[in-house]
Design a protein around this ligand. Structure first.
Ligand SMILES: Nc1ncnc2c1ncn2[C@@H]1O[C@H](COP(=O)(O)OP(=O)(O)OP(=O)(O)O)[C@@H](O)[C@H]1O
Ligand SMILES: [Mg+2]
Length: 410
């Protein structure tokens, strides 16, 4: 019989699909199994080959089920892609008398006034995220329910994506024989797994340096106030190495991972690296570092262009995640450009009850998003249990997101 406490998160990444299954009861997550596979049929975070991606998902779910000795019927999926972006909205309502207590209905009204619906056809709202309420000009009100007031304002962030891209991800998972319990923007899940509440409160930038994408989230409070995705990642560095050294992309990946450094001054020697099959070639470490440094600086400039205005808000600095954050020297390049402290994120120490399930702590980083999906999924499920009158298929109706958002206040 299916264990109702199980939550499965699937991170549909461009270079890997990662699955984690957690048993969530008594307020903790007990990780039951985790699996990773090179992804096929996904480019830039979106499905480009339905059959290939679906087969890949089926395969990895079967492996995870076997390890967890259970059968999975539904999953929380994490999606990314350049199409995902955020909008900041504000709404305002006036209450009839100052003796009126604010209730859920007022929250719904003010959120609808904030016009969370997307501005053009073909887009849909994936999340409506709370920022703050302002009650009679008093800012920073987290939960106005039960308070008296004359005028209620709300500030929120909606995360918007292209409907077809979102629906294709859902369809792919359906075809693999699984129900989709919820679709979550990857960066929200990743933030859940890596960032501590104090960091979010003080302001923090989360940068996920992936394979095809660099995803950015700016937190100034519990949920992101800004989300954005750049169509560049580690694969662009590998392509540049492949083009300049005339080797295959696979070989360039290996050279980058084993010898890549993106600041020449971090090199401790200038030895020759041997590579190239069938014809043997050589390159000096310094020349390789020059190629990587040039491309990385471009990537960091693109990031700066997106978040430059937010930097003064980031009291807790910047946290890096994603495979490309392993590139030696990239942390330093970002530190110099942003003039802020930068750390490479790890899974929160309080996230799972059994972290020793991972053979090496570094292994857990590849599961940051899928573990975050479990944590976020657990919160969604708890809220739905408390508010069954609002339970609905929240990813196909804006109103659902609004209701879900309201649930966050209880
Ligand atoms: N040690 C390393 N040094 C440099 N780059 C690395 C290292 N390890 C992994 N990478 C790079 O990380 C990238 C994969 O990162 P990640 O697994 O976060 O991507 P993804 O989530 O599948 O993709 P995306 O988020 O873009 O959809 C690849 O480009 C890989 O070359
Ligand atoms: Mg990723």
């Amino acid at each position: 019989m299916e264990n109702k406490n199980l939550i499965t998160g699937i991170d549909l990444g461009s270079s890997k699909i990662a699955v984690a299954i957690g048993d969530c009861k008594d307020g903790e997550i007990n990780l039951k199994s985790y699996e990773i596979e090179e992804s096929v049929g996904i480019r830039g975070g979106v499905i480009v080959d339905l059959k290939a991606a679906c087969e890949c998902i089926s395969r990895i779910i079967q492996k995870a089920e076997k390890k967890a000795k259970t059968e999975i019927t539904s999953v929380f999926i994490g999606i990314s892609g350049q199409h995902l972006h955020s909008n900041n909205n504000e709404g305002k309502i006036s209450l009839s008398t100052d003796q009126e207590e604010i209730g859920v209905q007022h929250l719904k009204e003010v959120i609808f006034k904030a016009k969370t619906s997307p501005s053009s056809l073909g887009l849909e709202v994936l999340h409506v995220l709370p920022s703050e309420f302002i009650l009679d000009n008093v800012a920073g009100v987290k939960n106005p329910i039960g308070l008296f007031g004359k005028e209620l304002k709300v500030k929120l962030t909606s995360v918007i994506g292209i409907t077809t891209a979102i629906q294709n991800a859902i369809r792919c998972v359906h075809l693999a024989g699984l129900d989709v319990e919820h679709v979550i923007a990857n960066m929200i899940a990743t933030g859940e797994a890596i960032l501590y509440p104090e960091e979010k409160d003080l302001g923090v930038g989360l940068i996920d340096l992936g394979s095809h994408l660099t995803d950015i989230a700016i937190y100034k409070g519990e949920y992101p106030a800004y989300l954005s995705s750049l169509p560049y990642g580690g694969e662009n560095l590998s392509r540049e190495i492949a083009t300049r050294l005339h080797v295959s992309l696979k070989e360039a990946e290996e050279i980058k991972k084993s010898h890549g450094v993106c600041l020449r001054y971090l090199l401790d020697n200038n030895e020759e690296i041997n590579f190239g099959k069938p014809t043997a070639k050589k390159i000096r470490k310094l020349e390789l570092a020059e190629i990587i440094e040039e491309k990385s600086e471009m990537l960091v400039s693109h990031i700066f262009a997106r978040i430059g205005n937010y930097l003064p808000l980031l009291g807790s600095g910047i946290v890096l995640t994603g495979g490309t954050s392993n590139l030696v020297g990239l942390k330093e390049v970002i530190e110099q450009k942003m003039n802020l402290p930068v750390r490479i994120g790890g899974i929160r120490t309080d996230l799972i009850a059994n972290p020793s399930i991972f053979q090496k702590p570094s292994e857990s980083m590849e599961y940051a998003t899928s573990l975050g999906l479990i944590a976020y999924g657990k919160r969604v499920r708890d809220k739905e249990k408390n508010f069954p009158w609002e339970k609905e298929n929240i990813y196909d109706k804006t109103i659902g997101k609004v209701f879900n958002w309201i649930k966050n206040f209880f």
